[in-house]
Design a protein around this ligand. Sequence first.
Ligand SMILES: *[C@@H]1O[C@H](CO)[C@@H](O)[C@H](O)[C@H]1NC(C)=O
Ligand SMILES: *[C@@H]1O[C@H](CO)[C@@H](O)[C@H](O)[C@H]1NC(C)=O
Ligand SMILES: *[C@@H]1O[C@H](CO)[C@@H](O)[C@H](O)[C@H]1NC(C)=O
Length: 223
Amino acid sequence: MAPHAAVLLSLLLLTTCAADTHLHFFLHDVVSGSNPTAVQVIKGPASSSNALPDVAFGDTTVIDDALTETSSPTSAPVGRAQGFYMMSSQSGMVLMMCVNLLLTTGDYNGSTLAVIGRDDVMTTTRELSVVGGTGKFRMATGYVVWKTNSSSGADATIELDVYTTGLNGTATIDANAPVSPIDGSGATGKSSSGAAALRGAVPYGWANAWVAAVLVALAGCVW
Ligand SMILES: *[C@@H]1O[C@H](CO)[C@@H](O)[C@H](O)[C@H]1NC(C)=O
Ligand SMILES: *[C@@H]1O[C@H](CO)[C@@H](O)[C@H](O)[C@H]1NC(C)=O
Ligand SMILES: *[C@@H]1O[C@H](CO)[C@@H](O)[C@H](O)[C@H]1NC(C)=O
């Protein structure tokens, strides 16, 4: 089979059996009280932001926020949001959000989603990016609809709708895949170098990779 035909077939199969997931839960960002889950670790140098008197450009908060099933903080826990957010606009309450969503229930227990994005706090609904994941979310991509459900002072409850597409944890990379040279040893073109040997093997290697991709995709569909 011509390589490009194999590519198209793999893409088609992957598209057909890629898992689309929609998750819904709430994040509780607790800054106040004796048990905060969000702690400011950097204070911006100037109160250059106009939105709130106490907020400055550069303010950075590290979080380990609870994720729960409903908007009540005492509802069933589903995971944690671990990461940080930083005030990254000089003209308003806009956060750079960088967070791993760790899920701790059911089949998703231990799987994570890497979320990064622009959180324009004063807007009703924001959209952040899912840039990857692990476990069930390995190689996932997607987006999160991020909506303030309630707030009290600096504390906030956020409603999250996570939409991802991925391979539902079925993606693997062969443990026997050859090690690629990363030391530049191939640059001299010496015939004895590992890189030269690898160059010779490339066409065969790629053909194998496409066949493997098709088989993996087929296997995924059968399951
Ligand atoms: C993906 O995995 C989850 C968790 O194991 C499962 O509930 C769901 O049905 C799977 N989705 C697809 C489309 O295979
Ligand atoms: C999730 O996984 C952890 C670690 O493997 C385990 O201790 C815990 O009981 C699991 N929780 C659920 C709800 O399955
Ligand atoms: C907060 O979430 C609840 C669901 O738990 C919903 O009924 C309510 O409308 C939400 N409020 C806002 C302001 O989005």
